[in-house]
Design a protein around this ligand. Structure first.
Ligand code: C5P
Length: 280
């Protein structure tokens, strides 16, 4: 995570989050689902700054700013209001929206981190902003359980060279949960402590799932095309959807192979968002 102080406020990275595995283990009476998920973060994401101000405000720029709300519907403003500190937020959007890689949640968590740097305590229940906000506050490898509010940091996972892909089709999370057929699946079980390489982790990941992949695929067939393309890239260890989609990731044994795979996929699919990154 890069974070440098500037005269106008903190420059913060809101990294993409990736669910390496996501099991839906139950459903509460209020409709919310119980999750068991292994979450890691990319070394790229949105950039933002928060500067003390008289009132709450937000500007959104950057290559993926189209369609991002700038009104009170934006999670960044909701986060600042929850913390109770008026700030001017400048958000530079690089991550696709409604994409299963935590764009909005990671932005909101970065605002809360920026406010903490300014001396404003973190809110007691950041999960009211969204289920992924607590894990995005940690912004490092963690097991996420409950509705998303139970976050257990994980140590010792190997850094994971990866390619992230989004086909440019937003997916609405509630619609995916609604289509889920089975809601009381087993959890991930114990996460082994001796996962030294991406290949070791992949062997264990093969025993896990993303339970939202099938319902998301039924809603958005482009996810199938992305998974097919990732799986056929040279060196791909495993390809899977993240969150409720439509973004998918593939893991590779090393960074050079991941970068070459991303180059090939970008050439074949110029309309897709394709990045190579390191997950940790
Ligand atoms: O918390 P977040 O805003 O990401 O949730 C979006 C929607 O996803 C919720 O309104 C709910 O329909 C569904 N959801 C769920 N159980 C969770 C998290 C999200 O059913 N643990």
């Amino acid at each position: 995570m890069t974070q440098t102080d500037t005269p106008t406020g903190s420059a913060l990275l809101a990294p993409a989050k990736v669910n390496l595995a996501l099991h839906v283990t139950g459903q509460r009476a209020d409709g919310y689902h119980l999750l068991d998920s292994l979450v890691v973060f990319a070394d790229l994401g949105d950039c933002l700054s928060v500067t003390p101000a008289e009132d709450y405000s937000l500007t959104v720029t950057g290559p993926r700013s189209a369609g991002v709300p700038v009104d009170d519907g934006n999670l960044c403003l909701k986060a600042a209001r929850l913390a109770g500190r008026p700030v001017a937020i400048a958000l530079e959007k690089h991550l696709p929206n409604q994409a299963g890689i935590g764009g909005g949640s990671s932005d909101a968590a970065a605002v809360l981190r920026g406010l903490a740097d300014l001396g404003t305590p973190l809110p007691d229940h950041p999960e009211v902003l969204g289920a992924d906000v607590p894990v995005c506050l940690a912004a490092r490898a963690a097991r996420m359980q409950g509705l998303g509010e139970v976050v257990t940091p994980l140590h010792g996972l190997p850094p994971l060279p990866a390619v992230l892909v989004n086909p440019g089709r937003p997916v609405a999370t509630p619609a995916v949960f609604k289509r889920l057929e089975k809601r009381d699946n087993p959890g991930m079980g114990e996460i082994p402590e001796d996962l030294a390489t991406p290949a070791d982790l992949t062997t264990w990941l093969a025993t896990t799932r993303n339970d939202l992949e099938a319902p998301a695929l039924a809603l958005e067939p482009a996810i199938g095309a992305v998974l097919g393309a990732l799986t056929s890239l040279p060196g791909c260890l495993i390809a899977r959807m993240s969150g409720s989609g439509a973004s998918c990731f593939a893991l590779f044994p090393d960074g050079v192979t991941a970068a070459e795979a991303a180059r090939m996929l970008r050439a074949a699919q110029p309309g897709w968002w394709v990045v190579d990154t390191r997950l940790s």
